[in-house]
Design a protein around this ligand. Structure first.
Ligand SMILES: [Mn+2]
Length: 405
Protein backbone atom coordinates (compact mmCIF):
# COMPACT_ATOMS: atom_id res chain seq x y z
CA UNK A 1 0.00 0.00 0.00
CA UNK A 2 1.27 3.44 -0.95
CA UNK A 3 -0.59 6.66 -0.33
CA UNK A 4 -0.14 10.38 0.21
CA UNK A 5 -1.71 12.31 3.07
CA UNK A 6 -2.52 15.87 2.07
CA UNK A 7 -4.40 18.52 4.03
CA UNK A 8 -5.13 22.24 3.97
CA UNK A 9 -4.18 23.02 0.41
CA UNK A 10 -6.50 26.06 0.58
CA UNK A 11 -6.59 26.45 -3.21
CA UNK A 12 -7.56 30.01 -4.09
CA UNK A 13 -6.00 31.42 -0.93
CA UNK A 14 -5.23 35.12 -1.52
CA UNK A 15 -1.66 35.12 -0.05
CA UNK A 16 -1.89 37.45 2.93
CA UNK A 17 0.54 40.36 2.84
CA UNK A 18 1.34 40.02 -0.84
CA UNK A 19 0.02 42.58 -3.29
CA UNK A 20 -0.35 41.14 -6.74
CA UNK A 21 0.57 43.54 -9.53
CA UNK A 22 -0.51 42.97 -13.11
CA UNK A 23 2.12 42.12 -15.72
CA UNK A 24 4.75 41.54 -13.04
CA UNK A 25 6.58 38.18 -13.35
CA UNK A 26 7.15 37.89 -9.59
CA UNK A 27 3.48 38.50 -8.82
CA UNK A 28 2.50 35.92 -11.39
CA UNK A 29 4.92 33.42 -9.89
CA UNK A 30 3.58 34.05 -6.38
CA UNK A 31 -0.02 33.81 -7.54
CA UNK A 32 0.66 30.50 -9.28
CA UNK A 33 2.84 29.03 -6.53
CA UNK A 34 0.07 27.31 -4.57
CA UNK A 35 -1.29 25.72 -7.75
CA UNK A 36 2.22 24.65 -8.73
CA UNK A 37 2.68 23.15 -5.24
CA UNK A 38 -0.53 21.20 -5.77
CA UNK A 39 0.76 19.95 -9.14
CA UNK A 40 3.98 18.84 -7.38
CA UNK A 41 1.82 16.61 -5.17
CA UNK A 42 -0.05 15.09 -8.10
CA UNK A 43 3.30 14.51 -9.87
CA UNK A 44 4.63 12.83 -6.72
CA UNK A 45 1.60 10.53 -6.61
CA UNK A 46 1.98 9.57 -10.26
CA UNK A 47 5.75 9.06 -10.23
CA UNK A 48 5.47 6.81 -7.15
CA UNK A 49 2.42 5.04 -8.54
CA UNK A 50 0.53 5.35 -5.24
CA UNK A 51 -2.81 3.66 -4.63
CA UNK A 52 -4.62 6.73 -3.36
CA UNK A 53 -4.39 10.31 -2.06
CA UNK A 54 -6.15 11.58 1.06
CA UNK A 55 -7.33 15.19 1.34
CA UNK A 56 -8.08 15.84 5.01
CA UNK A 57 -10.11 19.02 4.65
CA UNK A 58 -9.76 22.63 3.45
CA UNK A 59 -9.02 21.53 -0.09
CA UNK A 60 -10.11 24.95 -1.24
CA UNK A 61 -9.94 28.21 0.63
CA UNK A 62 -13.60 29.23 0.52
CA UNK A 63 -16.88 27.59 -0.29
CA UNK A 64 -17.27 30.26 -2.94
CA UNK A 65 -14.77 28.89 -5.41
CA UNK A 66 -13.72 30.50 -8.66
CA UNK A 67 -14.21 28.58 -11.89
CA UNK A 68 -10.43 28.71 -12.27
CA UNK A 69 -9.95 26.68 -9.06
CA UNK A 70 -12.75 24.29 -10.08
CA UNK A 71 -11.32 23.67 -13.52
CA UNK A 72 -7.78 23.27 -12.18
CA UNK A 73 -8.84 20.71 -9.58
CA UNK A 74 -10.91 18.72 -12.06
CA UNK A 75 -7.95 18.43 -14.42
CA UNK A 76 -5.56 17.30 -11.67
CA UNK A 77 -8.03 14.66 -10.44
CA UNK A 78 -8.38 13.45 -14.00
CA UNK A 79 -4.60 12.99 -14.27
CA UNK A 80 -4.88 10.67 -11.26
CA UNK A 81 -7.82 8.78 -12.76
CA UNK A 82 -5.73 7.98 -15.83
CA UNK A 83 -3.17 6.36 -13.52
CA UNK A 84 -5.71 4.45 -11.48
CA UNK A 85 -5.14 6.54 -8.36
CA UNK A 86 -8.10 7.03 -6.08
CA UNK A 87 -8.85 10.33 -4.33
CA UNK A 88 -10.50 10.61 -0.89
CA UNK A 89 -11.85 13.96 0.23
CA UNK A 90 -13.36 15.32 3.40
CA UNK A 91 -14.45 18.93 3.74
CA UNK A 92 -13.20 21.16 6.55
CA UNK A 93 -14.21 24.50 8.00
CA UNK A 94 -13.05 26.42 4.92
CA UNK A 95 -14.82 24.25 2.34
CA UNK A 96 -17.75 22.93 4.41
CA UNK A 97 -20.32 21.10 2.34
CA UNK A 98 -23.58 22.87 3.30
CA UNK A 99 -22.71 25.88 1.17
CA UNK A 100 -25.20 24.93 -1.53
CA UNK A 101 -22.68 25.46 -4.33
CA UNK A 102 -22.16 22.24 -6.26
CA UNK A 103 -18.70 21.76 -7.70
CA UNK A 104 -18.06 20.60 -11.26
CA UNK A 105 -18.46 16.83 -11.62
CA UNK A 106 -15.41 14.78 -10.72
CA UNK A 107 -14.36 11.40 -12.12
CA UNK A 108 -15.34 8.10 -10.51
CA UNK A 109 -11.88 7.85 -8.93
CA UNK A 110 -12.93 10.57 -6.46
CA UNK A 111 -14.73 9.66 -3.23
CA UNK A 112 -16.17 12.64 -1.39
CA UNK A 113 -17.23 11.66 2.13
CA UNK A 114 -20.41 13.16 3.52
CA UNK A 115 -21.27 12.65 7.18
CA UNK A 116 -22.72 9.14 7.32
CA UNK A 117 -19.40 7.54 8.29
CA UNK A 118 -19.63 4.75 5.72
CA UNK A 119 -16.28 3.19 4.79
CA UNK A 120 -15.00 2.92 1.23
CA UNK A 121 -13.15 -0.30 0.50
CA UNK A 122 -10.40 -0.44 -2.10
CA UNK A 123 -7.90 -2.99 -3.29
CA UNK A 124 -4.34 -1.74 -3.73
CA UNK A 125 -2.12 -2.54 -6.70
CA UNK A 126 -0.53 -5.18 -4.39
CA UNK A 127 -3.93 -6.76 -3.64
CA UNK A 128 -4.18 -5.46 -0.11
CA UNK A 129 -7.63 -4.56 1.18
CA UNK A 130 -8.01 -1.07 2.65
CA UNK A 131 -10.97 0.62 4.35
CA UNK A 132 -11.04 4.42 4.32
CA UNK A 133 -13.41 6.40 6.54
CA UNK A 134 -13.96 10.15 6.73
CA UNK A 135 -16.54 12.70 7.83
CA UNK A 136 -17.01 16.09 6.17
CA UNK A 137 -17.93 19.34 7.89
CA UNK A 138 -21.46 20.24 6.92
CA UNK A 139 -21.07 23.68 8.50
CA UNK A 140 -18.22 26.03 9.28
CA UNK A 141 -18.24 25.26 12.97
CA UNK A 142 -18.50 21.86 14.62
CA UNK A 143 -18.55 22.19 18.41
CA UNK A 144 -18.41 18.48 19.20
CA UNK A 145 -16.14 15.60 18.34
CA UNK A 146 -17.17 13.69 15.20
CA UNK A 147 -15.37 10.57 16.33
CA UNK A 148 -18.48 8.59 17.36
CA UNK A 149 -19.40 8.44 13.66
CA UNK A 150 -16.22 6.51 12.86
CA UNK A 151 -16.75 2.76 12.91
CA UNK A 152 -14.16 0.77 14.88
CA UNK A 153 -11.47 -1.16 13.04
CA UNK A 154 -12.94 -3.87 10.78
CA UNK A 155 -11.24 -7.24 10.82
CA UNK A 156 -11.89 -8.04 7.13
CA UNK A 157 -9.31 -5.54 5.82
CA UNK A 158 -5.52 -5.28 5.88
CA UNK A 159 -5.52 -1.59 6.76
CA UNK A 160 -8.05 0.93 7.98
CA UNK A 161 -7.45 4.62 7.49
CA UNK A 162 -9.28 7.64 8.88
CA UNK A 163 -9.52 11.23 7.65
CA UNK A 164 -10.40 13.89 10.20
CA UNK A 165 -10.45 17.68 10.19
CA UNK A 166 -10.17 19.21 13.63
CA UNK A 167 -8.27 20.05 16.78
CA UNK A 168 -6.69 17.37 18.92
CA UNK A 169 -6.50 17.76 22.71
CA UNK A 170 -7.64 21.37 22.84
CA UNK A 171 -9.95 22.32 25.69
CA UNK A 172 -12.44 24.28 23.71
CA UNK A 173 -12.73 24.57 19.97
CA UNK A 174 -15.20 25.20 17.16
CA UNK A 175 -13.36 22.65 15.08
CA UNK A 176 -14.53 19.18 16.06
CA UNK A 177 -12.29 18.89 19.17
CA UNK A 178 -11.11 15.37 19.76
CA UNK A 179 -8.86 13.50 22.22
CA UNK A 180 -5.77 11.71 20.93
CA UNK A 181 -6.52 8.79 23.26
CA UNK A 182 -9.97 8.36 21.68
CA UNK A 183 -8.46 8.30 18.18
CA UNK A 184 -6.03 5.60 19.26
CA UNK A 185 -8.84 3.49 20.75
CA UNK A 186 -10.45 3.26 17.28
CA UNK A 187 -7.53 1.03 16.30
CA UNK A 188 -7.00 2.46 12.82
CA UNK A 189 -3.62 1.97 11.16
CA UNK A 190 -3.27 5.58 10.07
CA UNK A 191 -5.32 8.62 11.07
CA UNK A 192 -4.83 11.53 8.63
CA UNK A 193 -5.52 14.88 10.27
CA UNK A 194 -6.18 18.29 8.77
CA UNK A 195 -6.74 21.79 10.22
CA UNK A 196 -3.45 22.55 11.99
CA UNK A 197 -1.15 23.98 9.33
CA UNK A 198 2.12 22.90 10.93
CA UNK A 199 3.01 19.26 10.26
CA UNK A 200 3.27 17.04 13.32
CA UNK A 201 3.16 13.36 14.16
CA UNK A 202 1.05 13.02 17.32
CA UNK A 203 1.42 9.27 17.68
CA UNK A 204 3.45 6.57 15.93
CA UNK A 205 1.60 3.49 17.07
CA UNK A 206 -0.92 3.85 15.61
CA UNK A 207 0.04 6.74 13.33
CA UNK A 208 -1.90 9.93 13.98
CA UNK A 209 -0.52 12.93 12.12
CA UNK A 210 -1.14 16.38 10.73
CA UNK A 211 0.52 16.85 7.35
CA UNK A 212 0.18 20.66 7.61
CA UNK A 213 -0.60 23.08 4.80
CA UNK A 214 1.04 22.17 1.47
CA UNK A 215 2.83 25.53 1.38
CA UNK A 216 2.99 28.25 4.03
CA UNK A 217 -0.03 30.53 3.61
CA UNK A 218 1.08 33.50 5.70
CA UNK A 219 3.93 34.83 7.79
CA UNK A 220 3.13 32.48 10.65
CA UNK A 221 3.64 29.40 8.46
CA UNK A 222 7.39 29.63 8.01
CA UNK A 223 9.73 26.98 6.64
CA UNK A 224 9.16 24.03 4.34
CA UNK A 225 5.67 22.56 4.02
CA UNK A 226 4.35 19.50 2.27
CA UNK A 227 2.69 16.13 2.52
CA UNK A 228 3.19 12.78 4.23
CA UNK A 229 4.09 9.82 2.04
CA UNK A 230 3.13 6.45 3.53
CA UNK A 231 4.26 3.01 2.40
CA UNK A 232 3.42 -0.32 4.02
CA UNK A 233 6.02 -2.98 4.77
CA UNK A 234 5.69 -6.77 4.46
CA UNK A 235 4.92 -7.06 8.18
CA UNK A 236 2.12 -4.47 7.81
CA UNK A 237 4.02 -1.75 9.65
CA UNK A 238 4.10 1.64 7.96
CA UNK A 239 6.93 3.82 6.66
CA UNK A 240 6.06 7.46 7.06
CA UNK A 241 8.01 10.20 5.33
CA UNK A 242 7.47 13.94 5.20
CA UNK A 243 8.03 15.36 1.69
CA UNK A 244 8.39 19.08 0.92
CA UNK A 245 6.18 20.33 -1.89
CA UNK A 246 6.27 24.10 -1.41
CA UNK A 247 7.30 26.37 -4.29
CA UNK A 248 7.81 29.36 -2.02
CA UNK A 249 8.89 29.54 1.59
CA UNK A 250 7.91 32.10 4.23
CA UNK A 251 10.79 33.27 6.42
CA UNK A 252 11.25 35.56 9.42
CA UNK A 253 14.52 37.41 9.68
CA UNK A 254 15.93 39.79 12.29
CA UNK A 255 18.23 42.37 10.74
CA UNK A 256 20.43 44.69 12.74
CA UNK A 257 21.87 47.67 10.89
CA UNK A 258 22.62 51.38 11.05
CA UNK A 259 19.27 52.92 10.09
CA UNK A 260 20.80 56.41 9.88
CA UNK A 261 22.91 55.67 6.82
CA UNK A 262 21.93 56.27 3.18
CA UNK A 263 18.79 54.45 2.08
CA UNK A 264 20.69 52.72 -0.70
CA UNK A 265 23.17 51.30 1.80
CA UNK A 266 20.34 50.14 4.07
CA UNK A 267 18.69 48.32 1.21
CA UNK A 268 21.99 46.87 0.03
CA UNK A 269 22.69 45.49 3.53
CA UNK A 270 19.25 43.93 3.67
CA UNK A 271 19.60 42.47 0.19
CA UNK A 272 22.82 40.65 1.12
CA UNK A 273 21.10 38.94 4.03
CA UNK A 274 18.21 37.50 2.01
CA UNK A 275 18.53 33.91 0.82
CA UNK A 276 16.86 33.02 -2.46
CA UNK A 277 17.92 29.38 -2.88
CA UNK A 278 14.15 28.80 -2.88
CA UNK A 279 11.79 31.70 -3.69
CA UNK A 280 11.42 33.29 -0.25
CA UNK A 281 8.74 35.55 1.18
CA UNK A 282 10.23 37.51 4.05
CA UNK A 283 8.97 39.17 7.19
CA UNK A 284 11.78 41.45 8.33
CA UNK A 285 12.29 42.66 11.86
CA UNK A 286 14.64 45.61 11.65
CA UNK A 287 16.71 46.84 14.56
CA UNK A 288 19.07 49.79 14.75
CA UNK A 289 22.56 48.79 15.75
CA UNK A 290 22.97 51.89 17.97
CA UNK A 291 19.40 51.90 19.32
CA UNK A 292 18.78 55.17 17.44
CA UNK A 293 16.17 54.18 14.90
CA UNK A 294 15.92 56.69 12.09
CA UNK A 295 12.57 58.55 12.41
CA UNK A 296 11.88 58.86 8.69
CA UNK A 297 12.52 55.17 8.14
CA UNK A 298 10.32 54.27 11.13
CA UNK A 299 7.44 56.21 9.58
CA UNK A 300 7.85 54.45 6.24
CA UNK A 301 7.97 51.06 7.95
CA UNK A 302 4.84 51.85 9.98
CA UNK A 303 2.94 52.94 6.88
CA UNK A 304 4.09 49.91 4.91
CA UNK A 305 5.79 51.91 2.15
CA UNK A 306 9.32 50.77 2.98
CA UNK A 307 8.56 47.20 1.92
CA UNK A 308 7.35 48.48 -1.47
CA UNK A 309 10.63 50.38 -1.93
CA UNK A 310 12.53 47.24 -0.92
CA UNK A 311 10.64 45.08 -3.38
CA UNK A 312 11.53 47.45 -6.21
CA UNK A 313 15.17 47.29 -5.14
CA UNK A 314 15.07 43.47 -4.94
CA UNK A 315 13.58 43.03 -8.39
CA UNK A 316 16.43 40.78 -9.64
CA UNK A 317 16.33 38.40 -6.65
CA UNK A 318 13.90 35.52 -5.99
CA UNK A 319 12.54 37.10 -2.84
CA UNK A 320 9.53 39.14 -1.84
CA UNK A 321 9.24 41.23 1.31
CA UNK A 322 5.73 40.84 2.67
CA UNK A 323 6.18 42.56 6.03
CA UNK A 324 8.62 44.93 7.66
CA UNK A 325 8.59 45.70 11.36
CA UNK A 326 10.71 47.58 13.83
CA UNK A 327 12.20 45.16 16.32
CA UNK A 328 10.90 45.79 19.79
CA UNK A 329 13.55 46.85 22.19
CA UNK A 330 12.20 46.07 25.61
CA UNK A 331 15.12 47.43 27.58
CA UNK A 332 14.97 50.78 25.83
CA UNK A 333 13.48 53.06 28.48
CA UNK A 334 12.82 55.83 25.92
CA UNK A 335 10.10 53.74 24.33
CA UNK A 336 8.01 53.78 27.45
CA UNK A 337 5.38 56.36 28.27
CA UNK A 338 5.58 58.41 31.45
CA UNK A 339 4.70 56.12 34.38
CA UNK A 340 1.11 57.25 34.89
CA UNK A 341 0.27 57.05 31.14
CA UNK A 342 1.95 53.66 30.90
CA UNK A 343 -0.16 52.36 33.81
CA UNK A 344 -3.39 53.59 32.20
CA UNK A 345 -2.43 52.11 28.82
CA UNK A 346 -1.60 48.73 30.36
CA UNK A 347 -4.86 48.67 32.35
CA UNK A 348 -6.93 49.61 29.28
CA UNK A 349 -5.16 47.16 27.01
CA UNK A 350 -5.81 44.40 29.53
CA UNK A 351 -9.54 45.18 29.58
CA UNK A 352 -9.80 45.44 25.82
CA UNK A 353 -7.80 42.35 24.86
CA UNK A 354 -7.89 40.01 27.87
CA UNK A 355 -11.41 41.05 28.89
CA UNK A 356 -12.74 40.22 25.42
CA UNK A 357 -14.15 43.74 24.89
CA UNK A 358 -12.64 43.80 21.43
CA UNK A 359 -14.02 40.41 20.40
CA UNK A 360 -17.47 41.11 21.85
CA UNK A 361 -17.59 44.36 19.88
CA UNK A 362 -16.71 42.48 16.69
CA UNK A 363 -19.40 39.87 17.30
CA UNK A 364 -22.08 42.60 17.70
CA UNK A 365 -20.90 44.40 14.59
CA UNK A 366 -20.52 41.41 12.29
CA UNK A 367 -23.61 39.27 12.80
CA UNK A 368 -24.28 38.00 9.31
CA UNK A 369 -23.01 34.50 8.48
CA UNK A 370 -20.99 35.85 5.56
CA UNK A 371 -19.28 38.34 7.89
CA UNK A 372 -18.32 35.63 10.34
CA UNK A 373 -14.85 35.22 8.85
CA UNK A 374 -13.99 38.68 10.18
CA UNK A 375 -14.62 37.55 13.77
CA UNK A 376 -12.79 34.28 13.08
CA UNK A 377 -9.78 36.20 11.81
CA UNK A 378 -9.43 38.31 14.94
CA UNK A 379 -10.27 35.45 17.31
CA UNK A 380 -6.62 34.49 17.40
CA UNK A 381 -4.15 35.38 20.14
CA UNK A 382 -1.31 36.09 17.69
CA UNK A 383 -3.40 38.57 15.71
CA UNK A 384 -4.61 40.25 18.91
CA UNK A 385 -1.03 40.50 20.14
CA UNK A 386 -0.06 42.10 16.82
CA UNK A 387 -2.76 44.74 17.25
CA UNK A 388 -1.66 45.31 20.82
CA UNK A 389 1.94 45.86 19.69
CA UNK A 390 0.97 48.15 16.81
CA UNK A 391 -1.29 50.23 19.06
CA UNK A 392 1.50 50.59 21.60
CA UNK A 393 3.96 51.67 18.95
CA UNK A 394 1.47 54.22 17.54
CA UNK A 395 0.96 55.70 21.02
CA UNK A 396 4.70 55.83 21.60
CA UNK A 397 5.30 57.49 18.24
CA UNK A 398 2.67 60.15 18.85
CA UNK A 399 4.33 60.85 22.19
CA UNK A 400 7.54 61.48 20.24
CA UNK A 401 5.73 63.88 17.93
CA UNK A 402 4.43 65.90 20.87
CA UNK A 403 7.91 66.13 22.32
CA UNK A 404 9.16 67.70 19.13
CA UNK A 405 6.38 70.25 18.88
MN1 LIG B 1 -6.99 24.95 7.09
Amino acid sequence: MKFIHVADSHLGNPLNGITIKEDDPKSTFLFNSLFKTFINIIDLAISNDVDFILFAGDLYNTTNRSIYVEDFLGKQFFRLKEKNIKVYIIHGNHDFSNDGIPHLPWGDNVVEFNNNGRADILETKNQEKVAVVGISYADRHIEKSLLDKYQTRRDDVDYQIGLYHGEVDSNQSNYAPVKLEDIKILGYDYFALGHIHIAQVLSENPYVAYSGSIQGLNKKEVGPHGVIYVQSNQDKTLNVEFIHTNEIEWKNLDIELDTNQELDLIMQTIKQKLDDSIFSVYSLNIKDINNEFNDALAVRINFGTFKDELNLFLEDKDVFVANTDIAENIDQEDDKLPDIDQAIWEQTAKEVFDGDIFLKELITRFKEPEERFIVDYFNNSDILHDIYKKTQSLINNSKGDQDED
